[in-house]
Ligand binder design. Structure first.
Ligand SMILES: Nc1nc2c(ncn2[C@@H]2O[C@H](COP(=O)(O)OP(=O)(O)OP(=O)(O)O)[C@@H](O)[C@H]2O)c(=O)[nH]1
Ligand SMILES: [Mg+2]
Length: 281
C-alpha cells in the first residue's frame, strides 16, 4: 500500500447507500454504463451486508451487475461487512485506493444504509448518494437523521412507482428546515434506475457538489481520522497479547498502576524503533 499510495488520488469516489432493495446496485449499474460511454474506467466495491458465509447477496449483486462483467474496463469487487478486521472502513478504503492506483477513473462503493458502515463510507467517498424509494415506509419522518446528514445528493429511485412526488416534496421541505453545518442543501434527483432514467441528473448533482470544493476540508478530516485509526492499530499490534494479559492482572491486583504501564509501553515502542534504526544504519 505504501508503494501504491503515490499513484492514488486521481479517481473520484462515489458512495451509494440506502435501504435494502432500494435499487442501489441497479443505480450503480446504470451509473457505470454512463461512465463507460464516456470512456472512463470504473471500479465497483459492493459491500455485502449479509453473512460472509452464505455468499447470497454477493451473488445477487453479481447478477445485477453482470451487464459489465465482460467489460475489462470495469472491475467489481464484493466485500463482506461482517468479519472484516478492524471494521469495514479500513478494508474498503484500501480497496478503493488499490482501484485508484490501478487507474480507475471512478470508484463506486455500495453499502446498505443500516448502521455505522454508511457513515464510514460517507467519510471515504468524495460524494455520497443516498437512495430512497417511495412506498417503502420511507417517508421523511422515518428516515434516520444520520442519513440526512451524510447525503450530498438524494436519489429518489423507483420514481415510476406511486408516491415519488410526495416523498420529494416532503424531503425538500425537511431539507430547508435543517441546513447542514457546511451549508450545503443536498439536491434531490428522481431516477428509474432499472430504465436508466435520471442518471445524467445524478451525475450533474454530484458534480455540483464536487465543484463546490468542499472536498479538501473533507479529505483532510477523513485522513485525520484514518491516521488516528492506523496509528492506534499499529501500536496495538506491537503489543503482545500476553503482555496485555499480564498488565491487566497486575492492575486488577493493584500491584501496578495503568498509567505507568501505558507510559512504559510507549517508552518500549520508542526504544524498539530506535534500535531498528540503529541496525539499519
Ligand atoms: N420499479 C422499479 N424497480 C427498480 C428500480 N430500480 C431497481 N428496481 C428493482 O428493485 C429491486 C432491487 O434492486 P437492487 O438494485 O438489487 O437493490 P439494492 O438496493 O442494491 O438491494 P440490496 O443490495 O440487496 O440492498 C430489483 O428487483 C430491481 O430490478 C426502479 O427504478 N423502478
Ligand atoms: Mg445491491
Amino acid at each position: 500500500m505504501r508503494e501504491l499510495f503515490p499513484h492514488t488520488g486521481r479517481a473520484k469516489i462515489y458512495g451509494v447507500t440506502g435501504a435494502p432493495g432500494a435499487g442501489k446496485s441497479t443505480l450503480v449499474n446504470a451509473m457505470t454504463a454512463q461512465l463507460r460511454s464516456n470512456g472512463l474506467r470504473v471500479g465497483i466495491i459492493a459491500v455485502d451486508p449479509s453473512s460472509p458465509y452464505t455468499g447470497g447477496a454477493i451473488l445477487g449483486d453479481r447478477i445485477r451487475m453482470q451487464g459489465h462483467y465482460a467489460d475489462e474496463q470495469v472491475f467489481i469487487r464484493s466485500m463482506a461487512a461482517r468479519g472484516a478486521m478492524g471494521g469495514l472502513a479500513p478494508a474498503t478504503l484500501d480497496m478503493a485506493l488499490l482501484m485508484d492506483a490501478a487507474g480507475m477513473d471512478a470508484v463506486i462503493v455500495e453499502t446498505v444504509g443500516v448502521g455505522q458502515d454508511e457513515v464510514d463510507i460517507a467519510r471515504l467517498a468524495d460524494v455520497t448518494l443516498v437512495v430512497l424509494t417511495p412506498g417503502l415506509g420511507d417517508d421523511v419522518q422515518t428516515i434516520k437523521a444520520g442519513i440526512l446528514e451524510i447525503a450530498d445528493v438524494f436519489v429518489i429511485n423507483k420514481a415510476d412507482q406511486p408516491g415519488a412526488e410526495k416523498l420529494e416534496r416532503e424531503l425538500r421541505s425537511s431539507l430547508t428546515l435543517g441546513a447542514r453545518p457546511d451549508g450545503w442543501e443536498a439536491p434531490v434527483v428522481k431516477t428509474i434506475a432499472s430504465e436508466g432514467k435520471g442518471i445524467a441528473e445524478v451525475f450533474e448533482a454530484a458534480e455540483r457538489y464536487l465543484a463546490r470544493g468542499a472536498g479538501v476540508e473533507r479529505t483532510e478530516r477523513h485522513w485525520r481520522e484514518r491516521l488516528r485509526e492506523m496509528y492506534r492499530e499499529r501500536l496495538l499490534e506491537a503489543l503482545p497479547a500476553e503482555e496485555l494479559d499480564r498488565a491487566a492482572r497486575e492492575v486488577a491486583a493493584r500491584r501496578a498502576d495503568p498509567y505507568g504501564i501505558v507510559e512504559a509501553w510507549l517508552d518500549a515502542c520508542v526504544a524498539k524503533k530506535n534500535q531498528e534504526t540503529e541496525i539499519r544504519k
